[in-house]
Design a protein. Structure first.
Length: 391
């Protein structure tokens, strides 16, 4: 053993003896001095104070020879140095998130219902999507002091008022319905027929408006009726009662009945017998005759007659002045019309009293049908007269 080795063994601060070394093994000496990489400096942590770290220079590589014993590194040097834990960053030092991130967070909170009142139920709109009722409508539960209920009643009243207004406009300017209460227009109109009258056919007078208010005189957009039209008019004696007859004489005509035959301007009107049948319950079972009458302007229609020698089968000549019309019923022996000039009759009809022209039978019931008896709506109906166009 060499002298150096002795000195090491006798040193008081010597490292305790290691375990016996194995047999020496030949180790190739590295060719050049190995460069030892310097450890990377640790980055400073925010808020920490950097402590100076001693830079340990690496020892140069030592050639290992069989004569040198291995050196044991003390345990204190082998333990790694723990890095100091970073101190918490104060809230004042934290920076707010960028605006796009904040906007996205707000949008996500809104879509997830954050901050909404769970007690408010959604109100379904007409488009089928839901709104949360911020417009003050709480679904009519009375929590708004009854305002929603009042609004509903206001809307109902407005809807009814608009519907009535439209109905009145249609009745004044377009169509008006009427029911036939008598047999004066047989065989073309029967009692129980429900007809539609066009209002624009003859223009408009105050009688086109319900209750005939005296708003104006004469006619607006006046159009003269033709011979053969079935017209509805106000009775001249009271200007209230609605009558329906056929226009026979126009201004300038001379009308007369001679032996049960109509004469216009001194000429008999052509008529042809169509049928003759017995009527058991009228006029003691006399025969009623149906004839087809054709006016000088070519208008043709059927009339009904019970034979000669009735009170209106022979009349004087009636001259029709300007602005008036001569009316007759198709049931010639059972009609009060312009042939009756007295207080109980119709007389000549002023053009101002014209309401409209009868166009069509919508539907019809036999006698005995009553609104209070729904069964009669079906047992008394006349299906064959539905939608019959009047001539």
């Amino acid at each position: 053993m060499t002298e150096d080795k002795k000195t090491t063994e006798t040193d008081d601060h010597a490292v305790p003896a290691a375990t016996p070394t194995p047999e020496p093994v030949e180790v190739e000496t590295p060719p050049v001095e190995a460069a030892v990489a310097e450890p990377a400096e640790a980055e400073p942590v925010a808020g920490d104070v950097e402590e100076p770290v001693a830079h340990i220079e690496p020892e140069p590589a030592v050639e290992v020879t069989p004569d040198v014993e291995p050196v044991v590194v003390p345990e204190e040097a082998a333990e790694p140095v723990a890095a100091p834990e970073p101190e918490p960053v104060p809230a004042e030092a934290m920076t707010p998130p960028p605006e796009p991130i904040a906007a996205a967070a707000a949008l996500a909170a809104a879509s997830s219902g954050a901050g909404s009142d769970p007690s408010r139920r959604p109100v379904w709109s007409d488009d089928g999507d839901a709104r949360d009722g911020d417009d003050g409508d709480d679904g009519g539960d009375g929590s708004d002091g009854g305002k929603s209920g009042k609004n509903e009643w206001v809307e109902i009243i407005k809807t009814v008022a608009i519907a009535l207004f439209i109905a009145i406009l249609l009745r004044i300017f377009l169509f008006q319905p009427f029911t036939i209460p008598s047999a004066s227009m047989e065989p073309n109109l029967y009692e129980g027929d429900y007809i539609v009258v066009s209002k624009w056919s003859y223009g408009y007078s105050r009688h086109a408006i319900p209750y005939s208010p005296p708003l104006f005189e004469g006619r607006i957009l006046n159009r003269a009726p033709e011979r053969g039209d079935i017209a509805v008019f106000k009775l001249p004696s009271d200007n209230k009662t609605d009558y329906i007859k056929r226009v026979i004489g126009v201004p300038g005509d001379r009308v007369q009945m001679i032996n049960n035959v109509l004469h216009l301007n001194g000429e008999p009107v052509e008529n042809v017998v169509v049928t003759g049948e017995q009527v058991a319950d009228m006029f003691n079972g006399q025969t009623v005759t149906t004839l087809r009458e054709t006016l000088p302007n070519g208008r043709s229609y059927q009339i009904q007659d019970f034979g000669p020698n009735y009170s209106l089968d022979n009349t004087p000549v009636f001259e029709v002045p300007q602005g008036y019309y001569f009316m007759m019923g198709d049931n010639r022996d059972n009609s009060i019309d312009s042939r009756e000039q007295g207080a109980m009759g119709v007389g000549l009809v002023p053009e101002e009293n014209l309401i409209g022209k009868a166009e069509m039978i919508l539907f019809s019931w036999h006698q005995g049908a009553r609104l209070q008896n729904p069964v009669s709506w079906f047992t008394k109906v006349r299906f064959d007269r539905f939608f019959t166009v009047l001539k």
